[in-house]
Design a protein around this ligand. Structure first.
Ligand code: HEC
Length: 315
């Protein structure tokens, strides 16, 4: 047992164990130090979404914009094929919206308080999707310098990523117009209610000929002729800056313009028949007002579709 050969061997084993222990310790220390510097890719993406998207798509919102309120839930994001195609940013709506040439469709919209995405941030999201869009990933983040605006650049490993184009940031719109736009949903209820009330009053007047109804509806029609254009202008701001787009916005906007025209025409015909005492003009007024009442409902419905989604009336 006391053979020198064995002792030497034993010491060698001990020494080797010490060495590998040190080596493991070294690797461990190096690992934790480097991971402190190069943080988790998924975590970085969440930070960007938190700063640039959560104001409209966070899960704390009762009514997230675009009916999409889980931008901070990477698992839910990556599992929605309509938003993310893992490993293929160019097929991922979430990414394509960040680099859309058209500021009308690009996310975040001009009104965003968090401002626009930087080239670095766009790159980061692209890389996250390229690496598989994992909700929790351990891929280290390498930060490139900000790519030149409007320029073409390629992803870090070049193998999976094609060139990406960072759109030039659009100028932020005047804050006062963005703010005024927020009053559209509030103000628009005036003309809606006034026009509907006048249309009902005219119907009742046809049967009852009561003076009170005639006076009431005259007031409503004139008031609506003032409020409808105001609501329309505020609505135009909201439509420009809030980030809405697509068919519901187009329909809502142009039916709204039609409603302004009908409200003004109703007011004009309403005053004209009173001046002329012509029942033909009153008939024209009546049909104009009733058409206005119907189209206010249709236009309002598309406003609801914009904010609450196409199925907002289905229980
Ligand atoms: C100021 C509010 C606002 C901010 C900030 C914002 N969005 Fe949006 N987002 C919207 C609105 C409004 C819509 C709905 C657009 C429409 O209906 O045309 C939308 C729609 C979307 C959609 C489409 C959802 C769907 O189901 O079709 C995606 C994806 C999206 N946003 C991603 C983002 C990302 C990513 C960010 C951050 C980089 C972001 N948004 C920042 C307002 C915002």
């Amino acid at each position: 047992m006391n053979e020198p050969g064995f002792l030497v061997g034993g010491e060698a084993v001990l020494l080797a164990n010490k060495r590998s222990g040190l080596l493991i310790l070294g690797i461990f220390l190096f690992g934790s130090v480097s991971s402190a510097f190069a943080s988790d890719l998924a975590q970085e993406v969440i930070k960007v979404f938190e700063a640039k998207c959560a104001e409209c798509h966070g899960d704390h919102l009762p009514k997230p914009k675009g009916r999409f309120g889980y931008v901070l839930d990477l698992k839910q994001l990556s599992e929605n094929p309509l938003l993310v195609t893992p490993k293929d940013p160019d097929q991922s709506e979430l990414y394509l919206l960040l680099v859309d040439e058209d500021p009308e469709f690009r996310m975040p919209p001009p009104a965003a308080k968090g401002g626009q995405m930087t080239g670095d941030e766009i790159q980061l999201v692209r890389r996250w999707i390229e690496k598989g869009a994992e909700p929790v990933s351990t891929t280290a983040v390498t930060t490139d310098s900000d790519p030149p605006v409007g320029d073409t650049l390629s992803g870090d490993d070049g193998a999976t990523s094609g060139p990406i184009t960072v759109p030039p940031p659009s100028d932020p719109p005047p804050a006062i117009l963005v703010y005024l736009g927020k009053f559209h949903p509030l103000v628009v209820h005036f003309p809606v209610a006034l026009i509907l009330a006048a249309a009902i009053a005219e119907l009742l007047w046809l049967f009852s000929r009561r003076e009170l109804l005639d006076q009431g509806l005259r007031f409503c029609v004139l008031f609506a002729a003032v409020m409808t254009p105001i609501a329309g202008v505020l609505g135009w701001f909201a439509g420009e800056f809030e980030g809405y787009s697509g068919l519901p916005l187009t329909l809502h906007k142009w039916i709204g313009v039609g409603n302004i025209a009908l409200a003004l025409l109703s007011a004009y015909l309403g005053e004209a028949f009173r001046r002329e005492g012509s029942s033909l003009t009153r008939a024209k007024f009546r049909y104009c007002l009733w058409l206005n009442a119907v189209s206010v409902c249709v236009g309002g419905h598309f406003g609801g579709v914009l904010v609450y989604g196409p199925d907002h009336l289905i229980p």
